[in-house]
Structure formats: C-alpha cells, structure tokens
Design a protein around this ligand. Structure first.
Ligand SMILES: C[S@@+](CC[C@H](N)C(=O)[O-])C[C@H]1O[C@@H](n2cnc3c(N)ncnc32)[C@H](O)[C@@H]1O
Length: 251
C-alpha cells in the first residue's frame, strides 16, 4: 500500500487535473501487473512480438505512435526507440516510474502525451466521434500501435455511459469501438492492434460461469495471432475462480 501511495503522489503532480481521476486505475494496474507478473508474462511477450512483427513491415521508420502505452510492460520500447526517429506514447496517465525511465539517454526521442483516446466527449457533444483523427496531423507517421487499449476504452466508457444513459445514444460504446478500429485502418500508416476481445469466469474444474464480449458485437480485423491472458488468476481475487481474457493481434 505504501508503494502504491508513493506512486500515486509522484504521478499526480505531473498529471493534468482532468486526468487525475484516472491515476488510481493506472496504479491498480501497476499493482496487479506486479503481483501477476508470472501469469501475465506470456501475454506481454506475445504483445511485444506482434508489435515487433508490425515494425518489421514498416518500409520507413520515422514516427511511431503507441496508443495505451500505460506501464510499457507489453510495449518493446527499447526496440521502438532505437528504430524510429521519434516515438510518441499516448495514454490518459503516464505513471511516475514510466516518466523516470523515459528520461534515460536511450529514450531521448520518446515523447509522452496525455490524451483521452475514447471519443466519448464528441458523442456527448452530438458530434461524429473521430478519436484517432488527430493522427492525421502527426508528421511522418509510419506506425501506430494500439496496445491492449481498446477493451479498456469500452470499459471506461461503459461506466460513464451508465451514469449518463438518458442523454447518450444507446449504441455509444459500439460507436466508439468502431471509431477506434476505423481510425486505425483508414489512414496511410501501418497499424498494429492488440486487444482482448472477450473474457470468461472459470472455476477450478474448468467450468465457465460467465462470459462477455468486450467488443460489444463489433467485428474486429482478422487476427494474425491469438492467445489467452489470465488477467485474474486463481488466488488473485478468489481461491476458486479465475478470469481469462482472449486476446487478438492484427497488423
Ligand atoms: C491494459 S492497459 C495497457 C497496458 C500497456 N500497454 C502496458 O504495456 O502496460 C490499458 C491502458 O489504456 C489506458 N486507457 C484506458 N482508457 C483510455 C482512454 N480513454 N484514453 C487513453 N488511454 C486509455 C489506461 O490508462 C492503461 O494504461
């Protein structure tokens, strides 16, 4: 708890006011990722491998953008920083440990941007959401990675949507998932999408008790790789149940 409190405090003063409410999610992710590092290792390695495969397909390596860079656990940041002229990391929050690491000499070409990538505010304002439209203005953009972000946009938006249901369109979450996917696919750069698409709550005997589609029925691109991610292993929240997410990677 002390480590979490220190990380929170060290992150808060560098985080814009509007995003401070999200710090606790990043600190919770940091805690859980540390506790579950053994069970998450394969997922993180698979994600890094997909990003490196996408990078290998880039004819030019001028600017790379990573959406949902978070703790950089599943992002091959060393290779990206060494290969591209500029790497831009975008997330709601960059925790203090990430900010500190990015001050090293090897990461002099890395920029950190805090930004809400959901597009929720556009829908709330009655506009067509284009959450990745800003990428058009990024010069010499050759690679965009969506790094285990999309399902989290869905979850975050779902919470806001439940609270403001009467003034938001019924299909808000679906619209935003579609907008993210079309933002990745309709622009002249190489993209790499890694996202969990569903989860299941499974007991010790392998029996499934609950399942959910994290993409809310929206079709995702054909996967070039897919794997299971034990987000909540047995013993993390319950002695009897685990939560396994299915992840896809497309590039
Ligand atoms: C599962 S984590 C991704 C892990 C990360 N790629 C890593 O290597 O540690 C999801 C990330 O998405 C970010 N996120 C969630 N909703 C977001 C939004 N609307 N805009 C920007 N980032 C968001 C979270 O802050 C978190 O860092």
């Amino acid at each position: 708890m002390i480590a979490e409190a220190l990380l929170y405090a060290a992150t808060a003063w560098r985080t814009q006011k509007a995003h401070r409410k999200y710090i606790r999610y990043s600190v919770n992710l940091w805690s859980r990722a540390n506790r579950c590092s053994r069970q998450w290792a394969e997922h993180e390695e698979n994600t890094r491998r997909a990003i490196l495969a996408a990078m290998a397909g880039c004819k030019q390596r001028r600017t790379a953008v990573v959406l949902g860079s978070g703790l950089l656990r599943d992002v091959p940041i060393r290779e990206l920083a060494a290969s591209f002229d500029t790497v831009v990391l975008i997330d709601l929050v960059h925790v203090a440990t990430v900010r500190m690491k990015m001050r090293r000499k090897a990461y002099r070409n890395v920029r950190l941007i805090e930004r809400d990538l959901s597009g929720y505010d556009a829908i709330a304002a009655g506009e067509q959401p284009e959450p990745l439209g800003f990428l058009r203005n990024v010069p010499y953009l050759d690679l965009v990675v969506s790094a285990n972000l999309l399902s989290q946009i869905g979850r975050g938006v779902q919470r806001r949507f439940e609270a403001e249901r009467e003034r938001m369109p019924e299909d808000t979450v679906e619209q935003l998932i579609k907008a993210h996917l079309s933002g990745l696919s309709r622009m002249p750069f190489k993209s790499c999408l890694v996202t969990d698409v569903s989860y299941a709550v499974i007991d010790r005997n392998g029996k499934t008790h609950e399942e959910a589609d994290l993409m809310h029925g929206v079709a995702v691109p054909e996967a070039r790789a897919a794997w299971a991610w034990p987000v909540v292993p047995i013993g993390e929240e319950s002695a009897d149940y685990q939560v396994i997410h299915q992840v896809i990677a497309a590039w």
